[in-house]
Design a protein around this ligand. Structure first.
Ligand SMILES: Cc1cc2nc3c(=O)[nH]c(=O)nc-3n(C[C@H](O)[C@H](O)[C@H](O)COP(=O)(O)OP(=O)(O)OC[C@H]3O[C@@H](n4cnc5c(N)ncnc54)[C@H](O)[C@@H]3O)c2cc1C
Length: 529
């Protein structure tokens, strides 16, 4: 096979071709004949060379001495479907095309190479990036900084735009930020950096043997190194009515657009999920004028990050701002004719809704990796260098699983990006060792921080400070004189200091007295002369 990138033309649905029959298609301005035998496809010139007529697609498909052949409808010569060789005259051979089926559609490999996919510049290797999100582009930026000329880079992104800061979708929804504040890599950025961007074009298949990817639009690009950064899918609820209009998730710009148009046209929203994402969605919709109820399966908000007292304070603050909560509540169905009208809870309670946002968790998006045979568990398995089980393929971001952990926050992904870029650049050495989760809620006026472990074991000491009148609560979890976790509500000024103590595993014996006050040690008193 030539190293030049190929292009696939999708010509029809597989079901458009009857088994044992052929169709004529125009590829590269040439008429070709495509035949179907069971699930196998063959593509040949449509020309019967003996009569000079473009009629082969109408020939009868059959078997001659074990060879799958097509008989010309004019003089009845037979042509081998796979090789194009004429059974009666070996000197005559028809041209053939690579072809196949992807996603139920028939493709034929075109011979015309699109100019934007011209062969790699000599001396540069080809890096193909699948996913155009936060982890992917951070890795590309890190790579450009340390090895700007090493790769010719092609990026595929399922979303029809450049890259943006997904974290800032929350303030975009609440109206505190605009698109121009959150767009990080507009299409011109790719052009200016010599990167080919295929926006709005998902990669559907990775051919690891031939080292190339195939996209939904039929683009085929070979790689020397492949970087997978496909992120996560929001979890759906498998309950009756889940297909109704007006039910969305909170993951992409399109989701925010859908929520904003619902907020313009209607008034009642239900958010399912009282975690970080659900509360940010609820707050945003409230700021857009909707009456919002949060339905949460657990008995307290953000139970993975907050203990019960902090969760109570948070709930009280959000209730004062107008949000309603249904805790310990399980959604059993959505009601409506075509559009959602209500959420039904176990026990029969019905909450009227014009919009439902499901923020019930995420799942690493691994189907593409799994389908090409890469080892996956919950995520794509990677080692400390972010390499998958295939040495030519790396993976970063929410789609990966490293030492048993998957991540849903960006801080660890930045670290992954730095390490992965160093290895793509063959600078070696660095390793990703895993990262401690730290959370802040992006609701203006709510000060909340949580990092490390929040569950106490038998050997855990809990240091607490509570000032209910000022709405301040702090809890530090200490084990063996080392800080293991922290929950702060109402006063997060020293969050970075606590995070650093957890990360460094430093002995805190000398700090214990003022641990709950936070901050570096005060300067010693100067003796008066
Ligand atoms: C509303 C919201 C608020 C958040 N707030 C915070 C926060 O405050 N703090 C924090 O740390 N984290 C936050 N996060 C999480 C953070 O945004 C993610 O951890 C981060 O975006 C993950 O980066 P990623 O590159 O792995 O995935 P993504 O950014 O999701 O990028 C993956 C991209 O790959 C594309 N893709 C997938 N499959 C294919 C394919 N086959 N072909 C081509 N493209 C494909 C997807 O369309 C997507 O654009 C928030 C997330 C959301 C949604």
């Amino acid at each position: 096979m030539s190293d030049a990138p190929q292009h696939r033309e999708f010509v029809c649905e597989l079901d458009d071709i009857l088994d044992g029959a052929g169709v004529c298609a125009l590829v590269d301005d040439e008429q070709i004949a495509i035949f179907r035998v069971g699930e196998s496809l063959f593509a040949l010139e449509n020309l019967d060379p003996f009569s000079g007529a473009n009629v082969l697609a109408r020939g009868i498909v059959g078997d001659v001495k074990g060879e799958a052949v097509v008989a010309s409808p004019v003089y009845k010569q037979h042509f081998n479907l796979a090789s194009g060789r004429c059974v009666e005259d070996e000197a005559v051979v028809l041209r053939t095309w690579n072809c196949g089926v992807l996603d139920g559609r028939v493709w034929v490999e075109s011979r015309r190479v699109p100019s934007r996919l011209a062969a790699a510049t000599p001396g540069r290797r080809r890096l193909v990036v699948v996913g155009n999100g936060m982890a992917a582009m951070r890795t590309v930026e890190e790579l450009l900084a340390i090895a700007p000329d090493m790769y010719e880079i092609t990026v595929f992104g399922a979303e029809p735009r450049g890259n943006y800061n997904r974290i800032l979708l929350s303030p975009l929804l609440s109206g505190e930020k605009a698109w121009s504040d959150i767009e990080t890599h507009p299409p011109q950025w790719y052009e200016a950096n010599g990167i080919t961007l295929h926006a709005g074009d998902s990669v559907l298949q990775i051919d690891r043997r031939q080292r190339r990817v195939i996209s939904a639009n039929g683009v085929v690009v070979p790689y020397d190194r492949l970087l997978l950064a496909t992120g996560s899918d929001p979890l759906a609820l498998s309950v009756p009515g889940g297909e109704l209009e007006g039910i969305t998730s909170f993951r992409s710009l399109d989701d925010v657009d859908e929520m904003l148009s619902a907020a313009r046209a209607s008034t009642r929203a239900v958010v399912i999920g009282g975690g970080l994402l659900g509360l940010e969605a609820a707050n945003g919709l409230r700021m857009q004028g909707m009456a919002v109820t949060v339905v949460h399966l657990q008995d307290r908000l953000m139970e993975r990050q907050l203990d019960a007292p902090a969760a109570k304070l948070l709930q009280a603050t959000l209730e004062q701002r107008g949000l309603s909560f249904c805790l310990d509540a399980c959604t059993t169905a959505f009601e409506g004719t075509t559009h959602v009208e209500a959420v039904v809870l176990a026990g029969g309670r019905r909450i009227a809704a014009d919009l439902v946002v499901i923020a019930a968790g995420i799942r690493p998006r691994i189907a593409l990796a799994r389908d090409c045979g890469l080892r996956c568990d919950r995520g794509i398995l990677v080692d400390d260098t972010l390499q998958t089980y295939d040495p030519a393929i790396y993976a970063v971001g929410e789609c990966v699983q490293h030492r048993g952990s998957t991540y849903g926050l960006v801080a660890p992904l930045w670290e992954q990006a730095r390490v992965c870029a160093a290895h793509l650049a063959e600078h070696g050495g660095t390793r990703f060792r895993g990262s401690m989760p730290a959370t802040q809620l992006k609701v203006t006026g709510v000060e909340l921080f949580s990092a490390g472990a929040i569950d106490a074991g038998p050997a855990t000491e809990s240091l607490r400070y509570a000032d209910p009148a000022r709405g301040i609560y702090k809890r530090l979890l200490v084990e063996g004189n080392r800080l293991r976790g922290v929950v702060l509500y109402g006063d997060t000024r020293h969050a970075a200091w606590y995070a650093e103590l957890i990360d460094s595993r430093r002995d805190i014996s000398d700090l214990r007295q003022r641990m709950l006050l936070g901050g570096p040690a005060p300067a010693p008193l100067q003796r008066q002369a």
